[in-house]
Design a binder for this molecule. Structure first.
Ligand code: GDP
Length: 326
């Protein structure tokens, strides 16, 4: 969602991205620490060699794959870097590292795919993702950031399959200072989303964030439910709802498989990659951008309300592969 949030000034000319950047520039660097200390430290070591031979390139590819970058993305990155190294006669490990960093930034920088903002001014975001991915927490973080910016936020508790999910969203909503619209456990999630949309409109809210049930992608009927919620919202809106997929970074390559199911069911405009701080598998960000061509909009950097950062390709690439020490 940041994809178009940062294009549009909010109250006072500030943007959400600007607000978050001002809050904490170091969050990306900190959240990427476990990944940097993991397989990316091997990559830094390899590039620290005076000159790279053919075997080193193979080792680099292997290290990228082990860092959850995946084969297709590792191959693409190294093809770009090798071609540049040949063309520009890059000799030092530092020069190759800089070329790899640049290739990473290129893979990570995807254009916004968010639907055009609605003329009414209300932004409707459907948050999807499997149970436990960090969906509720991530919604609360976004609500909190938007509130800080002076936005009126309504949350819809459309995960009606688990009573605990409704309670959890209510608790988080209260903490974040957002209104929560909820139904009874077991209620029709489409009806809850519909009611929340009416409530958001009558309150002249700026943003409606809809929580959905933790869909196990293998359960076809639950995906059908999700499609129904999407259809109901789409019918009511001038432009389709924005779909934000929350993925758990600790799942590594498995997160990609999950994402493909959601892409096929409702389409995905942006990804909130939760729990980046808790994994050495942060290379998955590269695979997500390259293989799915869906931009990562936010990263989760901890369990608290303020623990998110807008995804910044340059900062992230530099955090994974910092300049080598001479
Ligand atoms: P949901 O079932 O998808 O709604 O997931 P929850 O929001 O309940 O989160 C599941 C667990 O992940 C909780 O223990 C959260 O505190 C934790 N969590 C969520 N986001 C992050 C994050 O960015 N970093 C860390 N370290 N933990 C997170």
């Amino acid at each position: 969602m940041v994809c178009y949030y940062h294009l549009q000034p909010f109250v006072g000319g500030e943007t959400l991205l600007g607000f978050l950047r001002r809050q904490d520039k170091d969050k990306t660097e900190q959240a990427a620490r476990p990944t940097r200390a993991g397989f990316f430290s091997r990559i830094s070591q390899l590039l620290g060699r005076p000159a790279l031979d053919a075997g080193d390139w193979d080792e680099l590819e292997e290290a990228l794959i082990l860092a959850d970058v995946g084969l297709p993305t590792a191959s693409r990155l190294l093809a770009t870097v090798r071609e540049r190294a040949r063309r520009e006669s890059l000799a030092s490990g530092e020069a190759v590292a800089a070329a790899l960093r640049q290739a990473m930034v290129e893979v990570l920088s995807l254009p916004s795919q968010a639907p055009a903002p609605s003329p009414s001014g209300l932004r409707v975001v459907l948050a999807v993702g499997v149970n436990g991915s960090g969906k509720t927490t991530s919604i609360a973080k976004l609500a909190y950031a938007l509130k800080q910016e002076g936005q009126a936020v309504v949350l819809a508790a459309a995960d009606t399959f688990r009573a605990a999910a409704i309670d959890q969203l209510q608790v988080w909503g209260e903490r974040a200072g957002a209104t929560v619209i909820a139904g009874q456990p077991g209620a029709d999630p489409g009806a809850v989303a519909f009611d929340a949309l009416q409530a958001a409109r009558s309150r002249r809210a700026d943003v409606l964030l809809v929580d959905t049930a933790g869909r196990l992608h293998t359960k076809f009927n639950l995906m059908e439910e999700l499609k129904k919620v999407h259809r109901i919202l789409e019918r009511q809106l001038e432009s389709p709802p924005e779909v934000l997929l929350v993925l758990d970074a600790t799942m590594g390559q498995n997160a990609l498989a999950q994402a493909r199911h959601f892409l096929a069911a409702v389409g995905v405009h942006g990804i909130f990659l939760a729990k980046l701080d808790g994994t050495a598998k942060g290379g998955i960000v590269l695979a997500i951008c390259h293989e799915l061509q869906v931009p990562v909009a936010f990263i989760g950097t901890g369990e608290g309300l303020e623990d998110l950062a807008p995804f910044d390709p340059v900062a992230f690439a530099a955090a994974l592969l910092p300049p080598l020490r001479s």
